[in-house]
Design a protein. Sequence first.
Length: 488
Amino acid sequence: MYKEMELDHTGLELDLPVEETKRQYFYMAVCRKWVENFEKLNHRLPKACVVNMGCQMNARDSEKLAGILAQAGFEEEEKEEQADFVIFNTCTVRENANMRVYGHLGQLSPVKKKRPHMKIALCGCMMQEPEVVEKLKKSYRFVNLIFGTHNIYKFAELLAACLESDRMIIDVWKDTDKIVEDLPSERKFPFKSGVNVMFGCNNFCSYCIVPYVRGRERSREPEAILREIRRLAADGVVEIMLLGQNVNSYGKTLDKPCTFAELLQMIEEIDGIRRIRFMTSHPKDLSDELIEVMRNSRKICRHLHLPVQSGSTEILKKMNRRYTKEQYLELVRKLREAVPDISLTTDIIVGFPGETEADFEETLDVVRKVRYDSAFTFIYSKRTGTPAAAMEAQIPRGVVKQRFDRLLTEVQTISAQVCAVHTGKVMPVLAESVNDHDPSLLTGRLSNNLLVHFPGKEEMIGTIVDVKLEECRGFYYLGKQESVRTKL
Ligand code: 5AD
Ligand code: SF4
């Protein structure tokens, strides 16, 4: 990693470095010069606001953007309308994600009229859609910078160009096979961090736009991942979340293949790391080897997010999920046999084209059989360019809404029962924050991902403590600390 000191010594008078990481540090130094100038003229530092609008992969990308802005000398600003530079890291998985972005831009338009020096940037998944960029070019001329998911590593370079220019800069790539390591990154929490293990997706589920906007699967080298985690551990991080669109196919495309299960075993050896989480798992790629590693692990959390999407084998086939209802249920059985206390969560889509009442009943049946700890339920959203968008028998809104409400009731009733089973037990909790509503309480997380509120002091944040789970309130517990733990 290049530290701040080295950045100060980056000789702007020298030639532009060839190696990509160094090149980007060079541009961070260029931005710093701009920041120095801004400070001289305005007697304050420029303020930057990073707005994350997507999933955990996006959230991690936002931390990288924030890291680069911090290196360039910007101050962090939470309110987008008060920033000198605001960047929206967008999502496009469902249509309402896109609508939110236009909503934000609509609100910023009059702000920018009053503060014309303000720079507005857009990046992330939504920018990979050509129709979106066309619309921005036509109707949102006040946007200064647009780039996509594949060249996010070039942010410092694009920022430098944007700060110096009043034109709209657009740099969106169709794909890349490049992974640039060792760029700076902020961390929202000092004690836990996301770690990318792979990028992109090769699955092409028929409803999903992600393979088109995130490109083909690329895995990071295990050594680069281990190096990052060792560094995080040395910096006080105790919990990591390994991130990828389909972590179970990690390593398949590496020159020296390495399975996800093997990677987990190597990570387990790293001192200081106490909890390991990962997402997202595709049921078709979840191997017996991985289940075995989970069974034997002291650090892998007792939680698996295993999106089912639908309980109907017929719909699963149309979704191109490549498993049947029975195969999914068998996988759940194997997981529970190996790790009896595992908590399972899922994603479910309602109203996929052609979904009949009988298909929907199959989904309810899976929910009742698996008894998820929680489920994210989505109304099918038509994404232009995906095979499902061209399918016949799109389901009327009223029918979808009615099924969605029935599913939600079922999911919530079951999860309230499932979550309550630990009442009375003493379990390790990672203290994460001071409670939003009551400052005498801390909010922490169990290995199975449930939240627990308990009396405690701010100094305990980032430590793992034993908490007696006294009362379950639906989706969280109220508890009391038993004793400070030193080991898991
Ligand atoms: N419509 C509704 N939900 C979708 N998801 C992905 N694409 C769509 C879509 N077109 C959901 C899936 C996925 C989660 C991240 O978003 O359930 O697992
Ligand atoms: Fe994440 Fe997918 Fe949304 Fe991109 S489109 S932010 S990958 S959920």
